[in-house]
Design a protein around this ligand. Sequence first.
Ligand code: HEC
Length: 160
Amino acid sequence: MIRTIFFWILLSAVIPVSLTWASHPEKKVEGGLEFLPLCPQARTTPNAPDEFRKLRNPLQPSPENIFAGQTLFHFDAKPGPCRVCHGISGNGLGILFRELHPNPRNFTCNQTMSTLPDGQLFWIIKNGSAGTAMPAFKNLDDEQIWQLIHYIRHFSKEEH
Ligand code: HEC
């Protein structure tokens, strides 16, 4: 009896450890979930007109502005929150991404995001990207778009 119990205790300790090791010998995968976003990400989005591309974000990246952008991104933006396509962590892997070609922008990719001026992001958010799933957010006022841009930029900052 004692030997049977001992055997089962031993087995229940050994099986999970060996399974984890066998499937991912080099790396422990939290919760079995790991899906690496594309970076750099190929991009065919049209360029905004020059007068937009030279715009800089006029708002301070204050906690209040970033928080307002965050609320729009995850919940309030219409026709739909950015999160469903761009992902809860901004990596472009939102729940809809498998249906979308081209894929949503991966905001965590500094190599791609650092090439895009504030005014480019502003113009695409306001007008959408024709022929793709990226909609025009006509209901947002300019201040809300700049708040969103501060939030989007935080995904590719090093301290994030
Ligand atoms: C229905 C899906 C969808 C939603 C919702 C959505 N996006 Fe996008 N977004 C896309 C796709 C797809 C692209 C890639 C477009 C392309 O390749 O031209 C994109 C691209 C972008 C870009 C890249 C612009 C560039 O020049 O590269 C920005 C910025 C952006 N989205 C911001 C937002 C913000 C902010 C929101 C919410 C207010 C949002 N998106 C909501 C699908 C979406």
